[in-house]
Design a protein around this ligand. Structure first.
Ligand code: HEC
Length: 148
C-alpha cells in the first residue's frame, strides 16, 4: 500500500521555481557584495530565496520534491532577492539584519539540506564576510538612500 502511494506520488510534480535572465540585478547592483559573498548568495541562498532555483537531482523524487517546494515557498515569503526592488529601505535594512543573524547563528542555510550539499555549508570566512557586508550595507539603508 505504502509502495503504491509512493509510486503514485511520482506523477505529481510541484511547479518549478524558475526565472530567466537577471532576476536579481537590483539586489546585486544595490548591495554590491564581494565575489565571495555573491557566490554564497547565488549558489546557495538563491535556491530558496529567489525566483530561480537550481534544482538538485533528488527533486525528481516525491515526496522530497514536495518538501523542497514547500521550503522554497516559505523561504521566498521570508526573503526574496529577486524582489529586492519592491522592499522599502526600512524593510531592506531589516532583511540585512535577519540575514546577519541567521548566518551568524547557523540557522541558515537550512540545516535539513546540508547533508546533501557539502558546498551549502558556510566556512568561517564566508560567514564573517556576509556579516561584514550586511553591517556595511545596512548603514546606507538606515540613511534611507542607496549605497554608492
Ligand atoms: C533549502 C532552502 C533554504 C536555503 C538554501 C536557505 N534558506 Fe533561508 N529560509 C528558508 C525557509 C524555509 C525560511 C523560512 C522559515 C524559517 O525561518 O525557518 C527561511 C528564512 C530565512 C530568513 C528569514 C528569517 C527570519 O527570522 O525572518 C533569512 C534572513 C534567511 N532565510 C537567509 C538565508 C541565507 C542568507 C541563506 C544562504 C546562506 C539561506 N537563507 C538559505 C529556506 C532556505
Amino acid at each position: 500500500m505504502l509502495l503504491a502511494v509512493l509510486v503514485l506520488m511520482q506523477f505529481y510534480r510541484p511547479k518549478k521555481n524558475s526565472s530567466q535572465g537577471d532576476h536579481s540585478a537590483v539586489f546585486l547592483a544595490e548591495t554590491n557584495p564581494s565575489k565571495e559573498v555573491m557566490e554564497v548568495f547565488t549558489q546557495t541562498c538563491y535556491n530558496c530565496h529567489s525566483n530561480n532555483t537550481n534544482y538538485p537531482w533528488y527533486n525528481n523524487v516525491a515526496p522530497i520534491s514536495f518538501w523542497l517546494a514547500r521550503d522554497i515557498k516559505q523561504g521566498k515569503v521570508a526573503l526574496n532577492f529577486s524582489e529586492w526592488a519592491g522592499y522599502s529601505p526600512k524593510m531592506k535594512d531589516r532583511k540585512l539584519v535577519t540575514i546577519k543573524q541567521t548566518v551568524d547563528s547557523k540557522k541558515m542555510p537550512l540545516q535539513s539540506y546540508l547533508w546533501a550539499h557539502r558546498r551549502f555549508r558556510l566556512s568561517q570566512s564566508e560567514r564573517q564576510a556576509i556579516i561584514a557586508w550586511a553591517d556595511q550595507t545596512s548603514v546606507f539603508y538606515q540613511l534611507n538612500r542607496r549605497p554608492e
